[in-house]
Design a protein around this ligand. Structure first.
Ligand code: ADP
Length: 589
């Protein structure tokens, strides 16, 4: 019930005047319920009293007018309800999208979160809306039923007691069905995600080549078939149980009308007036309909509210980093200090172990080391996607753990190896917003020049306004791996980060192109502070300082000459790469 009230509160918060509209609906439906019962009583009495036909017709006409008026108002209410439904659901789904901004990065690594979030996104808005209007429907049916109860109760209480008793049993059965549905949904969720994953993969263009040329398709389809089998098992079991319970419930509800009538006839027929009996038959029919409606509404509400738990939990998820206002990072970037920082993803194995490094404004810092050494993890800590497990990071002498992530990320930004391009224009892909004025356009061109993508973009007919991907446009630009990385570098440049981190964004570039990017980077002078992570040690020669990572630790630090003089791991790596490099021939196609 808690979630039903929360849903209603959310609806009324967005549309407070809905309360008035719903009150009108309740009054109209109550009037429309009572009128037929009252009308039969009056007509029978008129017939018994031999009243003129015009008088009877006049009354019928009056009642007909009330019905017509009620229906006209009903049409407006239905139109308004559809309007609210459409808008409320759209607004609710935006709440879920926006929530993503306030969810810590590590949540995305939890299958439970992914199950819950996808479930909330898929039908959370529907469930919240249905729960909110479900509460309103129940209030309406209760008021309608009370008016009929009062009428029948004045004839004989037994009929009402029977109807209530059946209502309670039916309600219990509906709750059982609700629980079964919820359980079945939870059991199916991981398999539905598995199926969704396969669907997605078959749709993504990037996987097409693998799907066509390798056996991966078979593995995915096999997983899909397994997921289907599991879903079918769950659904089979559910349908069987639901059918039996529903059947029992329907028989019970169907018995209300004959039993109510029978009780009334048996107990009161001798001293009841014909007019009252006539109206009672109508009341008994209405009663059985209302009890069944009431129980269905309660059952539906319960079905929807159990499903609301997850969407509301998602909306109320508490993060430790995202969306929380600590202190903004003050002033321009001046220094970064990593002090004894350790980090573990699973609270067991240390991926970074007591890292110490410092970076001053304008320095160009290289981080090198073999795969899995912890370099990208450090970048994620520097962006405060995670907090250190031990030790601290300071920016301008402010502790990361006390800075607002958003303000930090306005100054510190990164470009990663894996690049996502979006189906919007090249300009928007670079700025991540719409260009507003000439200086935005100039910035885009500078960024393209910096990344070395300018020549290609200028050769396109629509230049920076060219749409990216052919998802929505036949002539959209398609980028090669190397061009995507250049685009990412341009993006990083255009964001104007004061501390700009490049996490192997040049791995798909050929050596010459890579050298050009690094040359451009060095030419930025003391304005920008840059950390670049690279496998290729030739790019580190001009760095102010190089940190060599191995198994989560910094094993050597210093500039190129210092590290070569050290005669250690760096020197060995450098020499072995330099000899291979001569034969290397990457393609920036
Ligand atoms: P590098 O960038 O130097 O190649 P990473 O920082 O990506 O190394 O990875 C360091 C270690 O942390 C690796 O052993 C990797 O498997 C592990 N790792 C990386 N990301 C995660 C994650 N999200 N959850 C658990 N372990 C991770």
């Amino acid at each position: 019930m808690k979630y039903a009230i929360l849903s209603l509160r959310l609806l009324l918060k967005k549309y407070p005047y809905d309360l008035l509209i719903q009150a009108i609906t309740i009054i109209i439906s109550t009037v429309v319920t009572i009128i037929p019962i009252y009308m039969i009583d009056q007509i029978v009495r008129m017939v018994q009293d031999n009243r003129p036909i015009e008088e009877m017709m006049g009354m019928i006409l009056l009642i007909a007018l009330v019905f017509v008026a009620a229906n006209i108002i009903g049409i407006f209410v239905a139109y308004y309800d559809a309007y609210i439904e459409r808008n409320f659901k759209a607004e609710c789904s935006i709440l879920f999208f926006k929530k993503l901004d306030q969810i810590d990065y590590d949540f995305h690594e939890s299958p439970k979160f992914l199950n819950d979030y996808t479930r909330a996104l898929e039908d959370g808005t529907e469930r919240i809306y249905r729960s909110a209007i479900g509460v309103i429907a129940i209030v309406r049916i209760v008021i309608q039923s009370l008016s009929v109860f009062v009428i029948i109760f004045t004839m004989h209480y037994m009929a009402v007691v029977y109807a209530i008793g059946i209502g309670i049993i039916y309600l219990f059965l509906r709750f059982q069905i609700g629980h079964l549905n919820y359980k079945a949904m939870s059991l199916q969720r991981p398999f539905m995600r598995q199926r969704g994953y396969v669907n997605r993969t078959f749709f993504i263009k990037d996987s097409m080549a693998d799907l066509k040329t390798t056996q991966i398709e078979e593995i995915l389809l096999e997983n899909n078939a397994k997921a289907n089998d599991e879903i079918v098992k769950v659904v089979d079991d559910l349908i069987m149980k639901k059918t039996i319970i529903s059947y029992i419930g329907d028989i019970l509800i169907a018995s209300i009308y004959p039993i109510t009538l029978g009780v009334l006839a048996y107990v009161t027929i001798e001293d009841i007036e014909i007019a009252s009996f006539a109206s009672l038959t109508v009341a008994a029919t209405t009663l059985s309909t209302l009890v069944s409606q009431f129980v269905s509404a309660i059952g539906d509400l319960q079905n929807h509210t159990v499903e609301c738990r997850i969407p509301f939990e998602v909306l109320n998820m508490k993060s430790k980093i995202e969306g929380i206002a600590f202190q903004d990072v003050m002033g321009d970037f001046s220094s970064l200090e990593v002090q004894n920082a350790s980090f573990s993803y699973d609270k067991e194995h240390l991926v970074l172990d007591k890292i110490n490094l410092h970076i001053n404004k304008g320095e160009k810092i290289a981080i090198v080391g073999s795969n899995g050494a912890g370099k990208t993890t450090l970048v994620k800590l520097l962006l405060r996607l995670y907090d250190t497990t031990d030790g601290d990071i300071y920016i301008n002498n402010q502790n990361y753990k006390q800075t607002t992530a958003k303000s930090l990320r306005e100054k510190v930004g990164a470009v990663f190896q894996n690049v996502e391009v979006y189906a919007v224009s090249i300009a928007e892909n670079i700025l991540f917003r719409k260009p507003q004025n000439q200086s935005d356009i100039d910035l885009i061109h500078q960024a393209l020049q910096f990344s070395g993508l300018d020549e290609y973009i200028n050769s396109l007919e629509e230049g920076i306004n060219t749409q990216v991907t052919r998802e929505f446009n036949r002539t959209g630009a398609i980028f090669s791996g190397g061009q995507m990385q250049r685009l990412a570098i341009a993006r990083g440049f255009a964001q104007n980060y004061q501390l700009f981190i490049l996490d192997e964004p040049s791995s798909a570039l050929d050596p010459l192109s890579e050298a050009q990017v690094y040359q451009n980077m060095m030419a930025l002078g003391r304005e920008k502070t840059i950390i670049f992570i690279s496998h290729r040690l030739t790019t580190t020669v001009n760095a102010d300082r190089i940190y060599l990572f191995e198994q989560g630790q910094i094993i050597e630090a210093g500039n190129h000459q210092e590290l070569m003089a050290l005669n250690g791991v760096y020197k060995k790596m450098f020499q072995s790469q330099a000899s291979k490099y001569l034969g290397e021939n990457d393609e920036d196609n």
